[in-house]
Design a protein around this ligand. Structure first.
Ligand code: TRP
Length: 476
């Protein structure tokens, strides 16, 4: 039963460096630089960061290794990986494709903002520092402007993904990821040099556990999954392109470390500056779009302008190497399971995403349909980040621990015994027992707490969708 169904040759990664960079490119994105800082700010700072780090180490690392192993073992994309093993598990892949569509229902909106900021900075945004905050607010609530930038951003994605895996994604990642890292270091150094910077570091790294509740814990879990690109088959799909001889454990360690490093760096770049400018930590999704331009406006001159430009170019590129991986999950599903040609698959997936993005963008200006008085942008974010990814990751672990065979997993992860992984037993037990249980508890408590803030209903709908998918699993 546990055989793969495809025999056609699969495009594979050109080099080890290329794969690590592409997987890190998928992981490092808006999640690290846009979402992490504002979520940490809204969730009380240090304690959130500490819990997030624990989740990354104990859950994120293990789930990523599991996803790579499942992907490489089955050599098919997310849905096929489950389906070829056991049709009853197809729903986990399907939930993943759905998460991909939904995340791409708002991610390109924010990606579009990043691209727009390159243009805005080039055309004089920094010359009026006091207007930077208001200008962000009026920009994202405008009904037309952000849509044009979103469209442009989505076109970049289409271009990269149509060219296929080693041609497009790999090249983009290889050149642009190291550049982004360098820019972030510069931004962090500048932020730390401002007066009052220490208060920002304290906020970020000094845990105050009295601020922790179930919502904060669920937010930290969701952030770990989102940032590491886990729980929706993204790393399964990437793993399916991975060559037999690569070291999965080492690759996982490198990707996890880079992703978490960039998130921390983004925090260090942003919080000191925020405290120096007395911007509220809970300022929300506008954080990076307000703090960073203000930081560079403060710096002034041509250098400030150039660095600001480079920052938003880097942010756009980081977003791009992430969103192409989301698009790729949906596209490889359409290719592998529905027999579509790559260009047709890319265009049909992007068309659906574009429509969702229009709703998401309009919802920020207060227009468009709402559900339990929540707009499209927040619905997509809530469903994916708080429910689908974590529950998806839970099923990935249950699948590996209870449906797959321990000896086969060990063979896959150690490349038939050629690679030493002394922690295999620990990893296996975490994946089989601890992680599914931990995620279930965090999710249940988080949904319960969600009812206090009016978000519980939407989360319940998400759980309902998963239940229905599971019931229909054999037909999917
Ligand atoms: N990790 C990416 C970021 O931080 C977003 C992303 C890409 C993602 N692929 C994913 C999130 C798969 C969840 C699942 O921006």
């Amino acid at each position: 039963m546990a055989t793969t169904t495809t025999t056609k040759p699969r495009d594979s990664w050109g080099s080890k460096f290329g794969f690590v960079m592409a997987a890190a490119g998928s992981a490092v994105g808006l999640g690290n630089i846009w979402k992490f800082p504002y979520t940490a700010g809204e969730s009380g700072g240090g304690a959130f960061v500490a819990i997030y780090l624990l989740f990354v180490i104990f859950i994120g690392f293990s789930v990523m290794l599991t996803e790579f192993a499942i992907g490489r073992k089955t050599s098919v994309s997310a849905v096929g990986a489950f389906k070829s093993t056991d049709r009853r598990w197809t729903f986990v892949g399907v939930i993943g494709v759905l998460s991909g569509l939904l995340i791409m229902g708002f991610y390109p909106v924010v990606g579009g903002w990043a691209v727009a900021y390159i243009y805005k900075i080039a055309t004089g945004l920094l010359s009026t520092p006091e207007a930077i905050g208001d200008s962000f607010g009026s920009f994202i609530s405008d009904p037309v402007q952000p849509l044009m930038w979103m469209g442009l951003y989505l076109l970049f994605n289409i271009f990269v993904v149509i060219r296929g895996v080693s041609g497009g994604i790999e090249k983009a990642g290889k050149i642009l990821m190291p550049l982004l890292f360098l820019i972030l270091v510069l931004v962090a150094v500048k932020g730390l040099s401002l007066p009052g910077a220490m208060a920002g570091l304290e906020f970020l790294f000094q845990p105050d556990f009295s601020k922790v509740n179930s919502s904060v814990v669920l937010a930290a879990l969701g952030q770990a999954f989102f940032s590491l690109s886990l729980g929706m088959g993204c790393m399964i799909t990437y793993g399916s392109y991975l060559k037999r001889k690569e070291n999965l454990v080492q690759t996982t360690a490198m990707v996890t470390a880079m992703d978490t490093g960039v998130a921390m760096l983004a925090g260090v770049a942003m919080f000191p500056a925020m405290f120096a400018f007395s911007i509220e930590p809970a300022a929300g999704p506008g954080l990076v779009f307000v703090v960073v331009p203000q930081l560079f406006a403060e710096m002034g001159g041509v250098i400030g302008l150039l660095l600001a430009l480079l920052f938003f170019i880097g942010l756009s590129v980081a977003a791009l190497t992430s969103s192409v991986s989301l698009l790729e999950v949906v596209v490889s599903y359409l290719i592998d399971e529905k027999g579509m040609k790559r260009p047709t698959a890319v265009l049909s997936a992007s068309a659906v995403m574009a429509v969702l993005c229009v709703f998401a963008s309009l919802s920020l200006g207060g227009t468009g349909p709402t559900l339990f008085s929540t707009g499209a942008f927040d619905i997509f974010d809530l469903l994916t980040d708080k429910i689908f990814l974590a529950v998806g990751g839970m099923f990935v672990c249950i699948f590996a621990g209870w449906r797959l065979n321990r000896a086969e997993l060990e063979k896959e992860i150690t490349n038939d015994g050629q690679i030493k992984f002394p922690l295999f037993g620990l990893w296996y037990n975490l994946v089989k027992y601890v992680i599914p249980f931990a995620i279930a508890i965090v999710a249940i408590a988080g949904v319960k707490a969600g009812f206090d803030s009016g978000k519980g209903e939407i989360m319940m709908i998400g759980l309902g969708v998963i239940g229905i998918a599971a019931l229909l699993s054999k037909k999917l």
